[in-house]
Design a protein around this ligand. Structure first.
Ligand code: DOR
Ligand code: ZN
Length: 475
């Protein structure tokens, strides 16, 4: 027995890592994990949580949420968005820049960082990579972004997609600093062309949205971005992979040594075209939900590691903004940060994934991709005590009215789940306990830039003439 007394011992649960599970207890002090092992070796603690019958996981890291503040707080804000994360076992979120003003300048970033002070969970902020802010990228890094977001295709907020020329220069700049660039990989010009023709032909049904965005838009965008990443040494991440077809350019880029990661989301694993008739305009999302064979390929790709992680594209809107007769006027996406863990644990209970697969894709891989590991995404001494304690045998039904998110409309409404997060701990502090939000923990969340460490970037290809024109050195 140690003579020191720690803040918390989580005793008697089953600890899950990205590789293994074992019966074990965890000691937490001053926000960090200080011991992992048998209950007999645990120090004395001011508080003990009995985790008998429960599984103890690293909290989920969701690298794709839209918390809408500043600008669209009727849909969501940092308090409701991070409360939803806490209720869902998610301990770190990365927030997207399509707010108002868009997070493309240090001044806009400062507004976002101020809004984020209400957060229950830890967070990274994406800076925008656009045609007109290439000269702002280094200032955004200095200001504290955790990575960048590039909208190669239009979506909510209608931020114009940058030209390939602007992207190349932006990739060169960001590559020097080692930050990852997340891509909305759908080519805007193909979609605009097709949507115009569909609209002119009077098409406005839910499936016409899919017709405007066939998988070729994603294949083209992933392949093009991978070429730029290979040339510049930039690290990239493919958001919301929705199709079997994108997996080929993703695999090829990985095989060439490009530092490329990819995510898919529950909507692409659980829905398919047979859901359009039932859900109508609610199912409108970018990229669109596709034919059944895509979801089977995505499950296999998660399992074999081609797709590195699960994220949610948490995209809250109001019911009035979602339910429309004309599909082109319905807002895209729905909330997901709160339902990801129960939905994916249900897949674990059905044998689609193992529980260690789940930890790998929900916590370990995202932490590694963003330079947060081993401070996050791991249950080891020294790591942040970011923990989700889950009951794998508990059943529940997703009810949209009960979501902590301000948005009360989701395609997952009515789904039965097996596997529920019971407690969420962020740096040693309960933010959700016994399925209840700990409101006193509002504001506990911190920016992950405090711990982010990006390894040395890979060498890039820069021709000397352009380097001098662009005012950059090649070393
Ligand atoms: O459906 C979507 N909604 N896809 C996106 O990429 C953005 C999101 C939003 O912000 O509403
Ligand atoms: Zn998104």
């Amino acid at each position: 027995m140690s003579s020191t007394t720690v803040d918390l011992v989580i005793s008697g649960g089953t600890v899950v890592t990205h590789e293994t599970t074992f019966p074990g207890s965890i000691a937490v002090d001053k926000g960090r994990i200080v011991a992992v092992g048998e209950v007999a070796i645990m120090p004395s603690a001011r508080e003990t949580l009995d985790a008998k019958g429960l599984h103890v996981l690293p909290g989920a890291i969701d690298v794709h949420v839209h918390f809408r503040e500043p600008g669209y707080t009727h849909k969501e804000d940092w308090e409701t968005g991070t409360a939803a994360a806490a209720m869902g076992g998610t301990t770190t979120v990365f927030d997207m820049p399509n707010v108002e003003p868009p997070t493309g300048t240090p001044a806009a970033l400062a507004l976002k960082l101020e809004a984020a002070k209400k957060a229950y969970v830890d967070y990274g902020i994406y800076g925008l990579l656009a045609e007109d802010n290439v000269d702002q990228l280094e200032a955004l890094i200095e200001g504290g972004v955790a990575g960048f977001k590039c909208f190669m295709g239009n979506t909510f907020g209608n931020l114009p997609s940058p030209s390939t020329g602007a992207m190349l220069e932006a990739f060169e700049i960001i590559a020097k600093h080692g930050y990852r660039i997340s891509l909305h990989a759908e080519t805007a010009s193909i979609m605009a062309w097709r949507q115009k023709k569909l609209m002119a032909a009077g098409k406005h049904a839910p499936l016409d949205h899919l017709a405007a965005r066939p998988a070729v838009v994603a294949i083209e965008a992933v392949a093009r971005a991978a070429i730029l990443a290979e040339w510049t040494g930039a690290r990239i991440h493919v958001l919301h992979i929705s199709s079997a077809d994108e997996l080929r350019p993703l695999r090829e880029a990985k095989a060439r040594g490009v530092d490329i990661t990819g995510e898919t989301c529950p909507q692409y694993l659980l829905h398919d075209t047979t859901d359009y008739a039932r859900l109508g305009s609610i199912i409108r999302v970018n990229p669109p939900v596709r034919e059944p064979h895509h979801k089977h390929a995505l499950w296999a790709a998660l399992k074999d590691g081609t797709v590195d992680m699960i994220a949610t594209d948490h995209a809250p809107h109001t019911p009035e903004e979602k339910i429309k007769n004309d599909i082109w006027t319905a807002d895209c996406g729905w909330p997901g940060v709160e339902t990801q863990m129960p939905l994916m644990l249900t897949a674990v209970s059905e044998g689609k994934l193992s529980i260690t697969d789940y930890v790998r894709i929900s916590a370990y891989n995202p932490a590694r991709a963003w330079g947060l590991h081993p401070a996050k995404g791991a249950i080891v001494p020294g790591a942040d005590a970011d923990i989700a304690i889950v009951d794998l045998s508990r059943t529940d039904t997703i009810e949209q009215e009960k979501l902590a998110s301000r948005s009360k409309i989701t395609t997952f409404h009515g789904m039965k789940v097996k596997g529920v997060p019971m407690h969420t701990i962020v740096r040693g502090r309960f933010v959700m306990r016994d399925r209840k939000l700990v409101t006193a923990a509002k504001g506990h969340g911190q920016s992950v830039r405090r711990i982010q460490r990006m390894p040395t970037p890979r060498p890039m290809n820069v021709d000397q003439t352009m380097a001098s024109v662009l005012g950059r050195t090649t070393t």
